[in-house]
Write a protein that binds this ligand. Structure first.
Ligand SMILES: Cc1cc2nc3c(=O)[nH]c(=O)nc-3n(C[C@H](O)[C@H](O)[C@H](O)COP(=O)(O)OP(=O)(O)OC[C@H]3O[C@@H](n4cnc5c(N)ncnc54)[C@H](O)[C@@H]3O)c2cc1C
Length: 463
């Protein structure tokens, strides 16, 4: 634990606040998105800038305290917060500076996706990220980053141009294709293992601020037909259209007829970008081929699309996830899914498939540390998500059983996206990255963090 004199020394070396147990804001400072995670750090260093991060990292190194790094605090494993150690909290470092001429943005390591979207869309520009606005750019960008724009512009890491990093020995480094290129490679997928990123620089793309959106919902009994139709839509859609398909409970929203509210079923979420007429064509095809129980089709600003699911994924619920990738919605995948989906218990739990193809597959397999593999595929988000711990227990079993059943149909070892891992050990991480990438990451770790200071994460041990 930290002594009072230690806390005072840390306070004196930082301009941001240092929060201790007993302080009024201690409970707020140690809370992360997943209510299952209830850890009590010795102190939270709420950094105001890079110098504060250097001071906090140095303090952890010199005192031997366990250290964790908090971006948006969204990671379901709760790696942002540690017991009895020091949390390097980046939440105040959320500035986004856009250079519209150069189509670049500099983004603070603690910014949220909503901060990034608001600043970039003010100039009609965007960087591809995830689909929930209150996710942190730090965690998502270091692990991969996938969402509505992945088909069009690739993963978040595919658009990273450079990063300012505070290393374990307290240096402030710039990593890019020309400076510390091995570190730059590792940062693009290797997660928080290599230092604290105080600022990212991203390439931006023009994106029309208005997007087309369609939500279609069918009953539980129609599962096989819905997923077969989703397979057809996925195969037919051009790069300006995207589809997330899966199983969820209908939300209690005004546009949902009362008889369907909070009923389990299958859904397709269809987006269209840059005014593509293909969105309307696919909407008509879906309605004609398999009339949904209800639907909602509308235009909306991209920034609203990016926040549309925020309330459904609010802070304060209990979550358990397990990731995997499949090649597509094959008949055996559909059979497994439709057998398991009716067993889900919590109305918040869900299963989603996002397509990873097009721009995603145009980045070379070894260009980044991302372990997913770049052949076209679907990522599977299997999410147990519940308002209380008891209900989560039931859906933890649901997620595990469904994952086990999908594993023989999965790509590779079945251990998918590192950002989605809640339970992991070295074998799981090796499986997620593949042996060759894992070894290369372990070698870079040995160079930049030989003492494994940055270990409260999906940890790659120094090789
Ligand atoms: C509801 C929900 C929806 C999601 N949706 C998507 C999605 O659409 N697409 C997608 O790709 N992923 C998605 N994810 C996964 C998401 O990418 C991870 O949870 C990610 O870790 C969140 O980043 P964060 O900064 O909010 O998390 P945090 O919990 O703050 O950080 C997680 C870890 O990342 C590291 N880290 C964070 N910031 C920094 C930094 N600046 N420097 C160094 N290390 C840092 C640390 O090791 C930290 O422990 C989702 C997760 C949830 C819970």
């Amino acid at each position: 634990m930290i002594t009072m004199s230690g806390a005072e020394a840390l306070r004196a070396s930082m301009s941001g606040p240092v929060i201790l147990p007993g302080d009024a804001d201690y409970d707020e400072a140690r809370t992360v998105w997943n209510a299952e995670v209830d850890r009590r750090p010795a102190t939270v260093a709420r950094c105001a800038g890079t110098e504060d991060v250097v001071a906090a990292v140095g303090f952890a190194r010199d005192t031997g305290l366990v250290m964790s790094v908090r971006g948006g605090a969204h990671n379901a494993a709760g790696t942002a917060v540690c017991d009895d150690g020091l949390v390097v909290d980046l939440s105040r470092m959320n500035r986004v500076v856009v250079d519209p001429g150069a189509r670049r943005a500099r983004v603070g390591g603690g910014a949220l996706l909503a901060d990034v979207d608001a600043a970039t869309q003010a100039h009609g520009l965007a960087v591809p990220t995830g689909i929930i606005g209150h996710t942190g750019i730090g965690g998502i960008a270091l692990g991969g980053g996938m969402g509505w724009l992945t088909r069009k512009f690739g993963l978040t890491i595919d658009n990273m141009l450079s990063a300012e990093v505070v290393s374990a020995d307290g240096r402030v480094l710039r990593a890019s294709a020309d400076e510390h290129p091995e570190l730059f490679w590792a940062l693009r997928g290797g997660s928080g293992n290599f230092g604290v990123v105080t600022e990212f620089e991203f390439r931006l793309h023009p994106l029309d601020p208005m997007v087309e959106f369609g939500l279609f919902f069918w009953t539980l009994e129609q599962g096989p037909e819905v997923l077969r139709l989703a397979r057809e839509v996925l195969a037919a859609m051009p790069v300006d259209v995207n589809l997330i398909a899966g199983a969820l409970h209908a939300p209690p929203e005004p546009f949902v007829p009362e008889e369907h509210q909070l009923r389990p079923g299958y859904a397709m979420l269809l987006t269209g970008f840059d005014g593509t007429p293909e969105h309307a064509r696919l909407v008509a095809r879906i309605r004609e081929q398999l009339p949904p129980a209800f639907d909602m089709v509308t235009s909306m600003p991209y920034v609203d699309l990016q926040r549309m699911l925020d309330d459904a994924n609010a802070w304060g619920n209990y979550c358990y996830t397990k990731p995997t990738y499949v090649e597509g919605l094959t008949d055996p995948v559909i059979q497994v899914v439709t057998e398991h989906v009716p067993r889900k218990n919590s109305p918040l739990s869900l299963l989603l498939f996002y397509p990873l193809d097009e721009a995603y597959s145009r980045t070379g397999e070894d260009d980044t540390a991302f372990g997913g593999g770049r052949t076209p595929r679907l990522i599977t988000f299997l999410v147990g998500y519940a308002p209380d711990a008891t209900l989560l227990e039931a859906d933890r079993a649901w997620v595990r059983n469904l994952w086990d059943a999908l594993r023989p149909l999965a790509i590779g070892t079945g251990h998918g996206y590192v950002n989605e891992l809640v339970e992991f050990d070295e074998d799981v991480l090796r499986g997620s990255y593949g042996a060759a990438k894992y070894e290369r990451l372990a070698g870079i770790k040995a160079e930049y963090d030989p003492g494994n200071l940055f270990r409260h994460n999906t940890n790659i041990k120094p090789g």
